[in-house]
Write a protein of this length. Structure first.
Length: 94
């Protein structure tokens, strides 16, 4: 079995151009723990589990909006500078 990757990619649309944001695997795991307790996030969790290691995670607009709200939740930390690596960049890209 191959080693897990050190990061995943999340597909985002920036001004009409397809792009990917990289998220370290450790941050992915942290995010999945949070998403598993978030109502309505089951399909986002499935997308991260199914595609995150082999190809970019693709989400529809509704899923991106929910993920944005989760990443914007200040209960993670007392400030954006304390967020897990990649969260701030992913939040801004969404």
């Amino acid at each position: 079995m191959p080693d897990r990757p050190d990061h995943i990619s999340v597909a985002v649309d920036r001004g009409g151009e397809a792009n990917n944001v990289r998220l370290p695997w450790k941050s992915r795991e942290y995010l999945l723990r949070k998403l598993r307790t978030t109502p309505g996030a089951q399909e986002i969790v499935k997308a991260f589990e199914d595609h995150g290691a082999t190809r970019p995670v693709e989400l529809d607009n509704e899923q991106k909006a929910l993920l944005y709200r989760v990443l914007d939740d200040r209960s993670f930390t007392s400030g954006f500078h304390q967020l897990p690596e990649g969260f701030f960049e992913l939040r801004n890209a969404l």
